[in-house]
Design a protein around this ligand. Structure first.
Ligand code: PMT
Length: 220
């Protein structure tokens, strides 16, 4: 409907964890459930946007909404999907918890138990969001920062380094925030203006707050 605030806008969202293969039966991952990013995708669709959701392994459903969902597993796969949809997007929100490291040469057969220590060599994954920040032209680019300490300072560093319009800080110090919970507590830090601190809310309302912040503060 034409009267919806994001009518006709192309919104690209990432959600969930990435899994990095160790061998055919094991991986390195993290505790992200996908809830936060999927709520953003659903709310953008409810607000009239054309939504593409690039989602790491997650049980959370997004059926019944006008969302093009692309399921991926690894950071490399997520990067390639985010990059191929980036150019054509108006708003890009990266809420996935991307693994910072991947395994060098994952084993092709199951690794057998032995008496000695097992050493797995890791190498850095690409920083997907930083790469998008370098390609940014007209897009509004939004990142998340998940911190445990020096939250403001680290989040501001990521805002600058990744060339974002704003960053959504959530801290594991807050009981209502973080992985798998139905609630989150965020602070929005933008390039100009004071940080906006929100109360703890459920992730649907948090998603709506983030989208409202875009509608109210940026030309889209
Ligand atoms: O999925 P839920 O269970 O609902 O949990 C939600 C959440 C806690 C995962 C979410 O709210 C959140 O904070 N997501 C970002 C987690 C994260 O990886 O933060 P970071 O501070 O490590 O990364 C900063 C930003 O760079 C993020 O936007 C991240 O997507 C991006 N990044 C990070 C590493 C990397 N290699 N590539 C990236 O693009």
């Amino acid at each position: 409907q034409k009267n919806l605030p994001l009518f006709g806008k192309k919104v690209l969202v990432s959600a969930g964890p990435t899994y990095e293969k160790i061998d055919p039966v094991r991986f390195i991952g993290n505790f992200s459930s996908g809830k936060m990013g999927i709520e953003i995708a659903k709310n953008a669709a409810k607000n009239g946007a054309d939504v593409t959701l690039v989602c790491g392994p997650s049980k959370e459903k997004s059926d019944g909404y006008n969302i093009q969902r692309i399921d991926v597993v690894s950071a490399e796969e997520m990067k390639s999907e985010m990059e191929s949809h980036f150019e054509n997007s108006d708003i890009v929100i990266m809420s996935a918890a991307v693994a910072d490291y991947k395994v060098i040469n994952p084993a092709t057969e199951k690794i057998k138990k032995s008496e000695s220590e097992l050493i797995i060599h890791l190498t850095k994954n690409p920083d997907i969001l930083k790469g998008l920040g370098e390609k940014k032209t007209h897009q509004i680019l939004v990142g998340f920062a998940l911190e445990t300490n020096n939250e403001m300072e680290f989040a501001k560093g990521k805002l600058e380094k990744k060339n974002l319009d704003f960053i959504v800080l959530n801290s594991l110090q807050d009981e209502e925030a973080g992985f798998q919970k139905d609630t989150n507590k965020i602070t929005i830090i933008s390039r100009n203006g004071e940080p906006v601190i929100y109360k703890a809310k459920n992730k649907t309302e948090v998603a709506q707050d983030i989208l409202n912040f875009i509608v109210e503060n940026y030309k889209i």
